[in-house]
Ligand binder design. Structure first.
Ligand code: NDP
Length: 323
């Protein structure tokens, strides 16, 4: 047997139960890994509450981790027992041991710890595709990043600055504003009530070519109003709830805007993309250009407390669950 946090129904943090589950054995194309660290992400909340539909019940939530290969199934090449690995994507993360499609694992470079690996794979690869592919951030761009002191947010601030961009980070408190600034945000805005005016002032009226909005319902309209004509609205999360249906005409009225709702799954679905995106992330972390801030750790069995903190906006940077 092994230990895992499972949900048997959708609901609050109390539906997460720490229990024995049978130790899985790897089938064809799969690997069995022992987690050394597991990443906490807002998507775990969406699967717990039911905003995102569970593929099975009971369900082991969690989509990010780092650890050691214990065994590989038939047909797996390029991976062996003892390899240090990390991943983001496949559900089943809140467990001491798990099986996973071997082609979703990447080898963790020696200079990156398990804890850093677990903290950065999902949030860091998200920052990579958002800044490097959804919109290609260039030196001289001014961009808006919501939840700038969060897990994805602190990585975005550092990486965008590294690319030569000026980041306007949106946060909910003065402490978070300081943190975002310490990680590369040139400007911070507290709350979104005055966001549009602040962006107008900071950009001299030009507004911005791209807004990265992970907050969703509460900020969607203000985000659109921060865009320059032909700007790109990247709505990539729902921390405040999903964005209600959008009347397309609003994109015309506000300046022929573009709108996308991207997911990491799409941007890393091909093995070649996963390798390229993770290698880019390992480069910026390895060089020190991006530092992964693990600002909270919880024992895996206390994942409920971690969810309460994340949903209450009490966390900053990344959070790791320790099995
Ligand atoms: P964060 O650490 O950023 O935590 C969420 C933050 O959102 C909070 O700290 C808070 O920051 C802000 N927030 C605003 N409104 C609310 C609210 N009503 N309730 C709770 N939080 C709120 O989480 P992650 O780094 O794990 O994820 C950030 C976002 O990115 C999430 O929305 C997530 O779903 C999304 N995401 C999307 C991916 C994709 O590919 N599409 C991949 C990875 C993440 P503040 O207090 O400063 O407002």
């Amino acid at each position: 047997m092994t230990k895992a946090i499972r949900i048997h129904a959708n609901g609050g943090p109390e539906v997460m139960v720490w229990e024995d589950v049978p130790t899985p054995s790897p089938g064809p194309g799969e690997a069995l890994i022992k987690h050394e660290a597991i990443g906490l992400n807002f998507i775990d909340v969406y699967f717990r509450t039911g905003l995102y539909k569970a593929p099975t019940m009971p369900l082991i939530i969690g989509q990010e981790g780092a650890g050691v290969v214990l065994a590989v199934g038939p047909g797996v090449t390029g991976l062996a027992e003892g390899d240090r690995v990390a991943y983001a994507g496949p559900l089943g993360g809140y467990a001491t041991e798990r099986v996973i499609p071997a082609d979703r694992l990447v080898k963790l470079p020696d200079n990156i710890s398990f804890q850093t690996g677990a903290a950065m794979m999902l949030q860091g690869m998200t920052a990579q595709y958002l800044l490097r592919r959804t919109y290609t951030v260039k030196a001289g761009d001014t961009i808006v990043v919501h939840a700038a002191a969060g897990g994805v947010g602190l990585i975005m601030c550092q990486w965008a600055k590294h690319l030569g961009a000026t980041v306007i980070g949106v946060v909910s408190s003065a402490e978070k504003a300081e943190l975002a600034k310490a990680h590369g945000a040139a400007h911070t805005v507290i709350g979104h009530a005055g966001l549009v005016e602040d962006v107008k002032r900071i950009t001299g009226g030009a507004m911005v070519p791209v807004v990265y909005d992970s907050v969703g319902k509460d900020t969607f309209n203000a985000s659109l109003d921060c865009l320059a004509p032909l700007g790109l609205m990247v709505s990539y999360g729902n921390a405040s709830g999903p964005v209600p249906p959008v009347e397309l005409g609003i994109l015309a009225a506000k300046g022929s805007l573009f709108l996308t709702r991207p997911t990491l799954a799409t941007y890393t679905s091909k093995r070649a993309d996963l390798e390229r995106v993770s290698a880019d992330l390992f480069d910026v972390v390895g060089s020190g250009a991006v530092k992964i801030q693990v600002n909270q750790t919880f024992p895996l069995k206390d994942a409920g407390a971690a969810h309460i903190a994340l949903e209450a906006r009490k966390t900053t940077g990344s959070t790791v669950l320790v099995p």
